[in-house]
Write a protein that binds this ligand. Structure first.
Ligand SMILES: *[C@@H]1O[C@H](CO)[C@@H](O)[C@H](O)[C@H]1NC(C)=O
Ligand SMILES: *[C@@H]1O[C@H](CO)[C@@H](O)[C@H](O)[C@H]1NC(C)=O
Ligand SMILES: *[C@@H]1O[C@H](CO)[C@@H](O)[C@H](O)[C@H]1NC(C)=O
Ligand SMILES: *[C@@H]1O[C@H](CO)[C@@H](O)[C@H](O)[C@H]1NC(C)=O
Ligand SMILES: *[C@@H]1O[C@H](CO)[C@@H](O)[C@H](O)[C@H]1NC(C)=O
Length: 451
């Protein structure tokens, strides 16, 4: 339906009509959200002309990547399993192992003078570091040795400006069942060259966590509506006690330190990824004429109110996919997620693309993924955003580290996302500089060379 409407609009050359139709089409796509999920569109907070998105900034930080045999299902488990998760009692579920390789990105932060490394998460809003005297607990809520939580160096001090008054605590449960809680207070937080004064943060004192032994907490870059602070010190995480606060990125903007956007460029299999505050990293050999601009949509995962669990992602609606000579322009919402390695597509699109490998990839249900010969010929695959093709790096389309021991076949990068929503993971993000233009409620993508 959309294709015909779009072509009709182009023929008439009516920009206004195109816009109206695309809003209409998006509304239809958004209404068909799978169970446990809802979408909303944030409002632009800054006038259209206020900021030049192409401005390079020197506030650039290196991203460290952690890649290994442990899956990163912090967000993908939330996406694929939100409505299937069983939460009872303290509410933990073991990590699923079906999500292949996970990549996590982290960056250096100075927390009241203490240099620490925090995971970068565009899918949550709270920023926290683990305090020295914390309790590490297991899935059953039993206290286990701190080492089991796998943190890097723990934060030795207290809040620079004291706790919140009245007292508040953070309680967050991530998509894979990890839980972090602790008191809220105020400290200066420095990222790159930018110091955010008196930021409201959490010093985690109880965690159920699967760490990498290097990072000591997490920096959440999503919106105020997704913060998880609650009145009191107790275990009462009743939604009625929730108090929204200004998360790190919002404070940075409100304190006038940067324009309201950040951008991320990740590199394949390396630690040379970049996070730029208030602009884009300088001189990355990109062609701004090719910028694809899409509406930013927030995906919420709705869970049992008892867990007061809320998780959100930056979501877009691509035009569709192209693989070899085939173009598929059916529209679906996709989450742009640096915390997920593969791309998760609607089942029939995933199936069709996997059939284009030679030999054709087959679905192995144990993994929820497709496998083909490790030396297969790969198709040319692009996701089409705003009329621009973003080609996936052919070198990434077959995961040679991920071999099924029974068949000797290798996993492909195009997996089935079930009933959705669907995910554009690292395999896609490596092909673009991604600008989270929060001020204008747009996501912008600029094609990059493969590195
Ligand atoms: C900090 O800012 C200065 C000048 O604005 C710039 O030269 C330098 O590269 C910046 N450093 C970082 C780490 O962003
Ligand atoms: C989770 O994993 C632990 C340790 O491997 C196991 O003992 C427990 O039964 C598992 N729980 C569930 C709900 O699968
Ligand atoms: C953790 O901090 C909360 C305040 O938010 C406090 O009530 C609780 O006793 C602390 N727990 C531990 C184990 O220190
Ligand atoms: C972290 O260190 C512990 C103890 O040395 C080890 O058992 C665990 O495998 C390490 N985890 C990772 C992800 O490296
Ligand atoms: C990643 O880089 C390492 C070291 O440079 C190399 O040994 C490895 O084969 C690379 N992996 C992939 C998937 O390219």
């Amino acid at each position: 339906m959309f294709r015909d409407a779009a072509m009709c609009a182009i023929v008439r050359g009516l920009l206004a009509l195109t816009l109206a139709l695309s809003v209409l089409a998006n509304a239809d796509v958004l209404k068909s959200a799978p169970p446990g999920i809802s979408f909303k569109t944030p409002k632009a907070t800054h006038p259209w002309t206020a900021i030049k998105v192409t401005n390079p900034t020197h506030n650039v930080q290196k991203l460290r990547s952690f890649r290994g045999s442990k899956t990163n299902s912090r967000s993908v488990a939330a996406i694929l399993g939100a409505h299937q998760r069983q939460v009872g009692g303290f509410g933990y579920e073991n990590i699923t192992t079906t999500t292949a390789y996970g990549t996590q990105y982290a960056t250096d932060v100075i927390w009241n003078g203490f240099r620490t490394m925090l995971l970068l998460d565009t899918g949550s809003s709270d920023t926290w570091v683990v305090q020295r005297e914390f309790f590490c607990i297991d899935y059953a809520g039993q206290i286990v040795p701190q080492i089991a939580c796998g943190f890097g160096p723990t934060y030795p001090g207290d809040f620079q400006y004291g706790p919140t008054n009245p007292e508040q605590h953070m309680f967050i449960q991530y998509g894979d069942g990890e839980v972090v809680t602790g008191p809220m207070g105020f400290s200066d937080i420095t990222v790159g060259n930018i110091t955010v004064a008196r930021q409201e943060v959490c010093l985690a004192n109880t965690t159920y966590w699967f760490g990498n032994n290097q990072t000591s907490g997490l920096m959440g870059l999503a919106f105020p509506s997704l913060t998880n602070a609650y009145l009191g010190t107790s275990e009462d995480h009743d939604p009625g006690n929730q108090l929204e606060y200004s998360p790190l990125f919002t404070s940075m903007v409100n304190q006038g330190k940067i324009p309201p956007l950040f951008s991320i460029a990740i590199d394949r299999n390396s630690s040379s990824g970049m996070l730029a505050w208030g602009g884009i990293p300088p001189a990355t050999g990109i062609d701004h004429a090719k910028t694809a601009t899409l509406d930013m949509i927030i995906t919420n995962l709705i869970d049992q109110p008892a867990t007061a669990y809320e998780y959100s992602f930056y979501t877009i609606i691509p035009d569709g996919w192209q693989y070899d000579q085939t173009t598929d322009l059916k529209k679906f919402p996709y989450i742009v997620d640096s915390g997920t390695t593969l791309c998760y597509l609607p089942p029939n699109v995933a199936e069709a693309i996997n059939e284009a490998f030679q030999p054709a990839a087959v679905y192995l249900w144990m993994y929820g993924a497709y496998f083909t010969s490790c030396t297969a010929i790969v198709p040319q695959i692009a996701v089409v955003l705003n009329g621009i093709r973003f080609y996936l790096n052919p070198a990434d389309l077959i995961y040679r580290e991920m071999v099924d021991p029974l068949t000797g076949l290798c996993m492909t990068a195009i997996a089935s996302g079930g009933s959705g929503p669907f995910i554009l993971g690292d395999v896609f993000m490596q092909s673009a500089l991604v600008v989270f233009d929060v001020g204008q409620a747009k996501m912008r993508f600029i094609p990059r060379e493969f590195y």
